[in-house]
Design a protein around this ligand. Structure first.
Ligand code: 9MR
Ligand code: 9MR
Length: 571
């Protein structure tokens, strides 16, 4: 029940249990109407569907900033969503098109809400989502000039890390730079790969815009998007072994406490080697070699050579699965099935080498699994997206990739049309990181729109982003610092330990998920408020804005990249 009333309840509960019971009881008798909408605002021409929960009236009054009545808008009949076990009533405000801040209120009610219409409400979101990667930099101090109040000393230089026996090698090596994966300080190839792909795609699709776009990170001769991405590519390159194989991850043996990067002095290790890491690495390096070629020919050649070595290693070792060694507790990113990684890498290799006669085409023909929405574990869609962007060289497979993407997006639109929130998630989609599922569903629609423009694709992609920014059953913006009621306590070590109230901005919380791994973990002593955040059977409500819940409220690079991509695409 906590999640319904948020922060206020926590504080109250601490003070008096009895009072809380009373409050909740009264609260349910006089339940306030809640409005769920995009807290960052809407574009003038955009469809503006907002949702009312527990509404007691059939219309809403909208006043403009001068205080004059703009219109009275009807509430649609109740629509039930099983994932939240609750109903909402839609209000279509699309007819309001003038920019400004509007006040919304119900008859005889003192409650009011503010809704913004502006020309580019998403620019702030995009910039913050991308700036997040700067805040995640390992091995570099973040001076105030760039990081504002979140400035911090450098941590994890990683210039001397140890070869774990699982790496198959002995001694030490350097594995500097790269982004911290999430709320922890580990660096993992597989997750890094999908993240980097998403950012490279943003560049490939919108390079005109991103040539000039800056978000106050250290000066470079490269555009910010490519400078930031290179920071991670540099690290990924360190993770290749002499035989071409790629180490799975570089972390300590255990997760450290809630401390700042420079306070964590645990030894760090290069751990494991896997087919998924090799193929993921090959795909990203092949892609990056194309993107960086006009800026730095030598760097581009280095990456292509690394990609080829990793790819060949992967084909010779097509089933090396990562198994977590007994003395290691950090994230696993273990994946039993490397076929989709091979497929994706084959697409990138073919495109980067322009070699249609070699092994790549053969692999692509072998592996036409149905297209699946991407996650760190399932990446075949990344191959399809690439093929669809460059169809000619892939021959009939290019056209096939386009058809599959369009068919997938049509499926998602259909589901979204039936959903009161306009999104395409079913109960089963509320996995760990469900908000990234929301973003990746929307990205599939954006991809389809590029192939075969259709108003519905963009309309529902927008609804998915609206959901992340407040049009959801908790009425919470899941992006830190964005909106009037946004996540405040993400599972993110720097935000927990820096002594600053506001979390690092622009971070997408993982999102509702009723798996409860965090609270049922025997070694994770959770504070008592956290014990009941999970409401089984209400997956869309199972979220708590508390650092204890790493299964719902952690942040991660592979969740922020799709947020940045989506927001930039809808700008
Ligand atoms: O902080 C860790 C987070 O980054 C991981 O996603 C999560 C799951 O692997 O684990 C977190 O660490 C917790 C550990 O697993 C159990 N003890 C408590 C740790 C943090 O609260
Ligand atoms: O995103 C990962 C999710 O799909 C898994 O279910 C979960 C448990 O293995 O791990 C998530 O990834 C975490 C990683 O293991 C360690 N760094 C933080 C990641 C986000 O929570």
């Amino acid at each position: 029940m906590f999640i319904f009333f948020g922060d206020f309840i926590f504080k109250t509960m601490r003070k008096s249990f009895l009072f809380t019971i009373l409050f909740v009881f009264c609260g349910s008798l006089w339940a306030q109407t809640q409005l769920f909408y995009n807290q960052m605002g809407y574009k003038p021409e955009q469809q503006k569907i907002i949702l009312a929960n527990k509404a007691r009236f059939d219309s809403i009054y909208v006043y403009n900033s001068k205080g004059s009545l703009q219109g009275v808008f009807p509430l649609a009949p109740k629509a039930f969503w099983d994932a939240a076990r609750d109903s909402v009533r839609a209000i279509d405000l699309s007819a309001i098109k003038d920019t400004g801040t509007y006040r919304l209120t119900f008859p005889m009610s003192s409650q009011s809400y503010h809704l913004r219409i502006s020309n580019n409400p998403l620019q702030t979101v995009t910039d913050a989502a991308l700036k997040f990667f700067y805040y995640q930099r390992a091995g570099e101090a973040l001076p105030e000039k760039y990081a504002g109040k979140w400035h911090r000393p450098a941590g994890h230089p990683d210039t001397l890390v140890y070869m774990h026996p699982s790496s198959g090698e002995k001694g030490t090596m350097s594995s500097a730079k790269g982004w911290y994966d999430a709320g922890d300080y580990g660096k993992y190839i597989v997750n890094s790969g999908i993240t980097t792909y998403t950012l490279l795609t943003l560049w490939e699709e919108q390079s005109e815009k991103f040539k000039k776009r800056r978000w106050n990170i250290p000066e470079s001769t490269l555009p910010d998007l490519l400078a930031e991405t290179r920071y991670n590519l540099d690290w990924m390159l360190t993770m290749q072994s002499k035989d071409g194989g790629v180490y799975h991850k570089m972390t300590a043996l255990n997760f450290c406490g809630s401390i700042m990067p420079h306070e964590d002095t645990d030894k760090r290790y290069v751990i494991g080697k896997s087919t998924t890491a090799a193929m993921n690495f090959a795909a990203v390096m092949a892609y990056a070699s194309r993107v960086y070629a006009p800026f730095d020919a030598k760097y581009s050649q280095t990456m292509l050579a690394a990609a080829k070595k990793a790819y060949d290693w992967g084909l010779e070792n097509p089933r090396i699965i990562y198994h977590q060694p007994g003395d290691v507790q950090t994230g696993q990113y273990s994946d039993q099935d490397p076929k989709d990684e091979i497929f994706w890498a084959s697409a990138e290799m073919l495109l980067a080498t322009q070699d249609t006669k070699g092994p790549y085409m053969k692999q692509l023909q072998l592996l036409q699994a149905p297209i699946r929405i991407p996650s760190w574990q399932m990446v075949n869609a990344l191959g399809y997206y690439t093929m669809a962007r460059h169809p000619k060289i892939f021959g009939s497979l290019g056209a096939r990739a386009q058809e599959l993407i369009v068919a997938k997006a049509d499926e998602l639109v259909k589901v979204s049309q039936q959903n009161p929130y306009g999104i395409s998630l079913d109960n089963g989609d509320f996995v760990w990181g469900s908000n990234s599922v929301v973003a990746n569903f929307a990205i599939a629609m954006v991809q389809a729109h590029r192939i075969k423009p259709k108003a519905e694709y963009l309309q529902y992609a927008h609804r998915h982003l609206d959901y992340l920014l407040g049009q959801n059953p908790l009425g919470l913006s899941y992006v830190t610092g964005m909106g009037f009621r946004s996540v405040l306590n993400p599972h993110h070590r720097p935000s927990e330990a820096d002594g600053i109230d506001a979390p690092v901005p622009g971070m997408l919380a993982g999102g509702p998920h009723d798996g409860g791994h965090d609270i049922s973990e025997p070694h994770n002593p959770v504070p008592w408020q956290c014990k009941e955040y999970r409401v089984i059977g209400f997956p869309a409500m199972s979220f708590i804005d508390h650092r204890c819940s790493y299964a719902t409220n952690e942040v991660a690079i592979n969740w922020n990249a799709p947020l940045g991509y989506l927001s930039a695409s809808l700008e």
